[in-house]
Design a protein around this ligand. Structure first.
Ligand SMILES: Cc1cc2nc3c(=O)[nH]c(=O)nc-3n(C[C@H](O)[C@H](O)[C@H](O)COP(=O)(O)OP(=O)(O)OC[C@H]3O[C@@H](n4cnc5c(N)ncnc54)[C@H](O)[C@@H]3O)c2cc1C
Length: 436
């Protein structure tokens, strides 16, 4: 890294972290001819990273216009399935459109590396195996980074160091999170032949399916399961609130093992070989947990800034956009040599205008409401929905009108009217927040 630095070990911008947000910041700065170093603790970009996962056309195409042709994409997602599980049954809703898609499954170790290669090609310097231990602060301004052995200086630091951002905490931009504001994601990658995946998920060649799963075996727990199809593997996993794990004394692995055995899930992965297991934290606090995103000489992007849309499992899109906007702000700041917090606040103003930020704001109460009413939304109603379809699909000697009446009677018996009204009010609240 020293060779890339000027005599005083100084560059224009240092980006900490080579995930989607860091790579986006790096490539934007390098394209503008700025001297930028991307520092990553892993041995290569993506080596420490995992996700579900899908990346999205926007803003990926602005940053990497050639990504559809050249990037290591697994499948184009043309199908979305939502499973609402009870213990032995499942109700599913599927949406499929073959000729239009804006999401792509990728494997992070390959994708992150490809993005960093693109940034290097346009002039960014990449320093893997380098842990940033702390920020250098002079007269209240961030002016550089300290690694294990050295100090490096710059005009602006962009913190793209992920959900745990110790560096954002060091300068008071992030507080310690409470257990409700963090989830843990665990996943397994199960290898299967390409044609088997396409048959089981009803896919045409190279198209993919995203499956989201609520209810059993995570019944009543603030947790959601997922399956993503790759070329020759299926990713299966779940994200579960840390608070729930502590309260219920369960482990995410127990839940994942049960999920793999659920009758609506097991046939998709049957006979496959486990080739990877990984776990990672997910910011869960939503809009209310987003901190101030800048201070003198520093901006915070991506997961480090808690920018995740948990309802849609979207984090990479706003990570990339925030990296891009922080870099654009840095470019303007470098032109006028003003690295003050006032100047860098432009980044936050730009981000607040974006659809991704507005989406997170739209769901600002949704996760909290679902979490505090998980026994209703993630247990009782999934059970009732399954019960309804059990009744609706069975033919027997009892007239259906009797079955319907019994269903409604039972529903009203075990659900007090006051509780029902409370649940309806919560749904209305989520709905109005979403359209506000
Ligand atoms: C189970 C799971 C499923 C998900 N599914 C999806 C999905 O399908 N679609 C989607 O869009 N999002 C998904 N997400 C969210 C998404 O992965 C994140 O929002 C996204 O990766 C954030 O990007 P980032 O660059 O901000 O942070 P990260 O990707 O976490 O990158 C941070 C980087 O900083 C490095 N770093 C950290 N500290 C230091 C340090 N001190 N010095 C040097 N380097 C450091 C890390 O090694 C890492 O490479 C999922 C997340 C999880 C956990």
């Amino acid at each position: 890294m020293e060779r890339f630095m000027s005599q005083e070990n100084k560059v224009d911008v240092i980006v900490v972290g080579a995930g989607p947000s860091g790579a986006a910041a790096g490539i934007t700065l390098a394209r503008a001819g700025k001297k930028v170093v991307i520092v990553e603790r892993g041995s290569f970009a993506g080596s420490k990273n995992m996700f579900g996962g899908a990346i999205y056309e926007f803003p990926t195409i602005d940053l990497y216009p050639n990504f559809k042709e050249e990037a290591p994409i697994e499948r184009v997602n043309t199908q979305h399935r939502y499973l609402i599980n009870d213990d032995n049954s499942s109700v599913s809703v599927a949406y499929k459109r073959e000729d239009q898609s804006t999401s792509y499954t990728v494997i992070r170790s390959k994708w992150d590396s490809w993005c960093i290669d693109m940034a290097i090609q346009v002039g960014a310097y990449f320093s893997p195996k380098t842990i940033v231990r702390e920020l250098i602060i002079k007269e209240g301004k961030v002016v550089g980074i300290k690694t294990d052995n050295e100090e490096f200086y710059c005009d602006i630091v962009i913190l793209a160091d992920g959900v745990n951002s110790i560096l954002a905490k060091q300068i008071g931009l992030r507080k310690n999170l409470n257990d409700t504001e963090i989830a843990i994601g665990v996943k397994e990658v199960i290898q299967l032949p390409k044609n088997v995946i396409e048959e089981r998920f009803n896919l045409s060649e190279n198209t993919g399916c995203i499956t989201e799963i609520a209810g059993s075996p995570m019944k009543g727990i603030t947790a959601l399961g997922f399956m993503y199809t790759n070329k020759t593997s299926v990713t299966i996993g779940l994200g579960v609130n840390l608070d729930e794990l502590k309260k219920r004394k369960i482990t995410p692995n127990e839940l994942l093992n049960k999920l793999k055995k659920h009758p609506a899930v097991a046939p998709f992965i049957k006979g496959g070989e486990l080739i990877e297991y990984s776990a990672h934290l997910i910011p869960e606090g939503g809009y209310n947990a987003i901190p101030k995103l800048y201070a003198d000489g520093v901006m915070v992007v991506g997961d480090a800034a808690m920018l995740v849309n948990n309802i849609h499992w979207e984090g990479t899109n706003i990570a990339m956009l925030s990296g891009q906007y922080a870099a654009q702000t840095a470019i303007e700041a470098l032109e006028i040599r003003d690295f003050s917090s006032n100047m860098l606040s432009l980044y936050e103003r730009k981000l607040k205008q974006s659809s991704f930020y507005k989406d997170i704001k739209s769901y600002k109460n949704a996760v909290k409401i679902v979490h505090s009413n998980s026994s209703s939304f993630l247990k009782y109603y999934p059970e009732k929905i399954n019960e309804f379809f059990e009744m609706f699909t069975q033919s027997g000697f009892i007239p259906r009108a009797c079955l319907y009446r019994r269903y409604i009677k039972n529903f009203l018996k075990d659900r007090k009217i006051s509780k029902l009204l409370y649940d309806i009010l919560n749904i209305i609240k989520i709905f109005f927040d979403a359209i506000k």
